[in-house]
Ligand binder design. Sequence first.
Ligand SMILES: [Zn+2]
Length: 149
Amino acid sequence: MKLSIEIKHSDGKDKLHLIDPTEAVQEFAVSAFFGYCREMNGEGTLVIQRERPKPDEKNTPRPEWYETGIKFKNGIPHYRTRYWCPNPNCNHSGNQYIGLHDKTTECHECYTVMEVNPATREVDENGIPKRDRFGNFFRAEKLAGVTVS
Ligand SMILES: [Zn+2]
């Protein structure tokens, strides 16, 4: 088992950074570090940062639609649509999944209805837009029903 301890001196504060220790080792290291700080600096602010191991990405597979950009709802494909809410009081952005012939989508936060456009100018033989480099089939950022002159 590996334990690394990083001690930083910055702004007059000592920082202890423990990487992947067990709880028991943390307790030991923290109390030892307290002793060290007292000796070196006397009483002072001590910042202790405990780092949780990051979840292993391989063990938590992403859902298939994360890669494909296509979610099936009742067997019907819905395509990833990136939206930027045009409501100035909202400005939320996110993903929606829409049917191929849907003309609008709505903001998850404020339900503003937006006009949907293909993410790229290219369309495949089935009429499905080619995905942009972020994996979106469609994009939406304008209020639906508003024509720009
Ligand atoms: Zn919104």
